[in-house]
Design a protein around this ligand. Structure first.
Ligand code: ADP
Ligand code: MG
Length: 403
């Protein structure tokens, strides 16, 4: 038996959020908003390096029921968090504020909306429920930030959620919340996936200029599935390692006189003259991964999936050997998937645990799941969880108060 990560229907999510809201606050919410988790097909650790990445939005979403308040009190409840609720005032929500860590993700967008957009919000009550697993590399963090940002945008009449340009600004608001309130130095991929994707498409995000291209993504027609393996491994050293990878990239870019590695004029020449072996490996990952994203987009468009699989494999090798962000559980998930018939596989997300993806013939999905589970059990690891990813819709309002 293998374990699936189930996604809720929009109705189920809206009902769960409304139920938690009414139980907690004894009144009805103004509405319910939702935003999805994501899985990145390729372009890993590139969103802070001025290059392209290619995520899809998942059907797994975080739902926020919210109601405006006439004062500046903020009350939050999350079905999954500990402590399960928090109360403060709007002014308490800021970088360096004193609150449980999850509150930074939930309320950080309120601070960032005023810091970034000059928005004047009032207080609010919110209830949060989610079927996006935490820390699985599927970006539950952006899902909660973006659901909350959409809710506040709509409830306070800011009007950003209604246009592509406004959504790009909301994504920037959420990045700022994650960087400055939650203190996580991540790039902008996750928030773009949650707010700027379209159903049935992967989102080609160019993080150099923030532009997006919708890339048709339908594997069913090709008899394939994108299998996500949540290894459920979480390695404590992950956080500092992320920041240190980013610091090396920024240091080399600065020395080369460009804002990001994605803007190197002659990347091969830079690689040839880097003599620090760690810097060489890190920059080589970034340079080759950027090239792989462009290659992958072309192969996807032409339906050349065997070759696409090999590009995924090469991405994994680069993340494992050059960027050194993989761990045994991810390597095992990738190896076992390939042995069982996957066309290609790679770790996805930041690494040090979290999830892997595998491009699998539809009729082999079960065997791959069983083989990966058996490999994990054989190594006395907790069994992984699985989902078959489809490119779902971006975040938005899912229910109005006057239903
Ligand atoms: P990932 O984004 O890969 O899931 P992160 O460490 O970036 O992992 O973000 C996970 C954090 O986001 C959680 O530890 C929690 O603080 C916050 N979070 C995510 N979803 C929720 C939720 N439904 N309720 C409260 N906090 C949440
Ligand atoms: Mg995250």
């Amino acid at each position: 038996m293998t374990a699936a990560i189930r996604s809720w229907s929009e109705q189920e999510g809206a009902e769960r959020a409304t139920e938690l809201f009414e139980r907690t606050y004894g009144t009805a919410p103004d509405g319910v908003w939702a935003a999805p988790g994501r899985v990145n097909l390729i372009g890993e650790h590139i969103d802070y390096n001025g290059g392209p990445c290619l995520p899809i939005a998942l059907p797994h979403r975080t739902y926020v029921a919210l109601r405006r308040r006439p004062d500046d009190v903020v009350r939050l409840a999350s079905a999954d968090a500990a402590p399960a609720s928090w109360e403060g005032s709007l002014g308490d929500v800021r970088p360096g504020g004193d609150f449980p860590s999850w509150v930074a993700y939930a309320a950080g967008p309120a601070w960032a909306l005023s810091a970034e957009e000059g928005a004047r919000l009032g207080g609010f009550e919110a209830a949060i429920v989610s079927c996006v697993p935490w820390g699985a590399g599927l970006s539950s963090s952006a899902a909660i930030e973006c659901a909350m940002a959409l809710a506040l945008d709509d409830a306070f009449g800011l009007g950003l959620g209604g246009s592509p340009e406004g959504r790009a600004r909301l994504a920037a608001v959420c990045v700022r919340a994650e960087n400055e309130v939650a203190g996580a130095p991540t790039g902008g991929m996750d928030q773009a996936a949650a707010l700027r994707s379209t159903e049935g498409h992967a989102l080609l995000l160019d993080t150099l200029d923030g532009s997006v291209t919708q890339v048709p993504f339908d594997l069913d027609g090709a008899g394939l599935a994108l299998l996500v393996v949540d290894t459920r491994a979480k390695h404590a050293l992950g956080d500092g390692q992320y920041a240190s990878r980013r610091a090396v990239c920024e240091a080399v870019a600065e020395r080369e006189g460009v804002p990001t590695l994605g803007e190197l004029v002659d990347p091969q020449a830079v690689l040839a003259r880097l003599d620090d072996p760690v810097e060489l490996r890190r920059v080589r990952h970034v340079v080759t991964e950027i090239a792989r994203v462009r290659e992958a987009v072309g192969l996807l468009a032409e339906g050349r999936f065997e070759e696409l699989g090999r590009v995924l494999d090469a991405s994994h090798a680069s993340l494992r050997d050059d960027y050194e962000v993989s761990v045994a559980e991810l390597d095992e998930a990738v190896e076992a998937s390939r042995t069982e018939g996957a066309l290609g596989a790679r770790m996805t997300g930041g690494g040090f645990g979290g999830s892997a993806i595998a491009l699998v013939p539809l009729d082999r999905v079960e065997q791959v799941e069983e083989a990966v589970t058996a490999a994990f059990v054989g190594r006395r690891w907790i069994p992984p969880h699985f989902l078959v990813a489809r490119a779902a819709a971006p975040g938005g309002r899912v229910r109005s108060g006057d239903r």
